[in-house]
Design a protein around this ligand. Sequence first.
Ligand code: 3SL
Length: 253
Amino acid sequence: MKLYLFHTPEQVPDAPAPDCAIAVDVLRATTTIATALHNGAEAVQAFSSVDQLMQVSDAWPAEQRIRAGERGGSKLEGCDLGNSPLDCTAEYVGGKRLFITTTNGTRCLERIQSAVTVLTAALVNRRAVVQHLLHTRPETVWIVGSGWEGTYSLEDTVCGGAIAYSIANQLRESSDAHGLGAIAGNDELVAAVSLYEQWRDRLLDLMYLASHGKRLVRLECFDDLKFCAQTDTLDLVPIQKEPGVLVKSYSNA
Ligand code: 3SL
């Protein structure tokens, strides 16, 4: 298994699609997706375009759909929700399909949707994603940060580092490989592991340091930052079942 980290969807090469590609948007799209599926949403359908989301969701029974839309951190008019994972309670999303569009996260998903397997990861479901990778052993894995409009983001990189750190440790422990040296596909991945090692006990502090964290602080999303900074709290893996549609899988499925 070789892991490659790309900081933004723009950095993803035009190479043949990998066996597995993972979209990461810790603040907040992939945390929201994991939370909605954990709390019983039937599926999450992601769109980069608002118009397309409205068009497709219009064809869905109104009582079985929720529209979540965010741009620049704020809720879009005409949507039921913005992009706060805290709004995705079991009472609200249970049994429903969440149609979602966000500034960067859903665009990132679209960029990698032709990979053989497509997953989403956040800090909250890091362990489940790691277990899924160790169980399925894809040969090539791309971990793709959503960033912010083409630029690097600390929170996505630290999550990629957290995934790689855990895989390297577990392979080392079971002595069927040699840790990071055996799995690192590019320099970005090694740097991401160092970032995680430095901040692993202060992830909430890192969220506050991150430029998008500061944007969310300006919008007073303090509880969201706290929720998104938690590690290994949700035991599920969002997996693409058809382009743009994610359903719940578990780590050993
Ligand atoms: O960029 C995105 O896709 C969003 O997750 C941004 S926000 O956290 O909802 O502001």
